[in-house]
Design a protein around this ligand. Structure first.
Ligand SMILES: Cc1cc2nc3c(=O)[nH]c(=O)nc-3n(C[C@H](O)[C@H](O)[C@H](O)COP(=O)(O)O)c2cc1C
Length: 189
């Protein structure tokens, strides 16, 4: 397979951009820019992201009991650029608070999910990390968007109708939190 071309194909899927932070048991702060963030489960509340198996930050994330996922706002591109390098001093000059497990918290993100590290699975040249969300917050800030290897902003959103529902309703029923069915399904015969 032509890996560059495969990556280009994957890049046609637009995503947000997040910075995941953690503090290892030894006290080292880690932070990486990712776009592999995804929701997994509502009950319990689980999210996932994947980290390159050879990432210099991997030992710190694997030794941490918590990680914090910051969904970047549109004006935080500078943070995306800061945390997508292996630099040792990524946090220098970046204002941080202290989250669960000592994870550094970045200011002014569009959303924040503080997670207890629950599972990690091998995923080819990445490891898939699953966290249980213990605290979260979200703000009315437009997100940073990544598509085709470029950063951008959301175009105007429309209320999409799918199967007579809004996209959000469909998402809710996918997670089985939508309204209960009006009647139990009848058995045949
Ligand atoms: C938009 C964007 C998305 C990225 N997504 C991921 C990702 O999901 N997983 C990953 O391991 N690296 C991802 N990277 C690359 C890491 O940010 C980069 O390799 C960084 O150096 C990792 O930190 P470390 O070197 O301290 O381990 C992404 C980079 C960018 C710019």
């Amino acid at each position: 397979m032509d890996e560059r071309d495969f990556r280009r194909g994957l890049g046609s899927y637009p995503t947000g951009v997040a910075v995941v932070t953690a503090r290892s048991a030894g006290g080292r702060a880690a932070g990486v820019t990712i776009n592999s963030f995804a929701s997994v489960s509502l009950r319990p509340p689980l999210v996932l992201w994947s980290l390159a198996a050879r990432a210099p930050s991997r030992p710190a994330f694997e030794a941490a009991t918590y990680f914090a996922i910051h969904v970047l706002a549109g004006d935080q591109r500078v943070l995306a650029e800061r945390f997508c390098s292996p630099a040792a001093d990524k946090f220098t000059g970046v204002a941080t608070g202290e989250g669960l497990g000592g994870a550094p918290l970045l200011e002014n993100a569009a959303a924040l999910f503080e997670c207890r590290a629950r599972h990690s699975y091998p995923g080819g040249d990445h490891v898939i990390l699953i966290g249980e969300v213990e605290r979260y917050a979200y703000f009315d800030r437009p997100p940073l968007v990544f598509h085709g290897g470029r950063y951008g902003a959301l175009a105007e959103l429309e209320q999409d109708a799918s199967c007579g529902e809004t996209a959000f309703d469909a998402w809710e029923s996918f997670y089985h939190v939508g309204p209960a069915p009006a009647a139990a399904p009848k058995s045949a015969g």
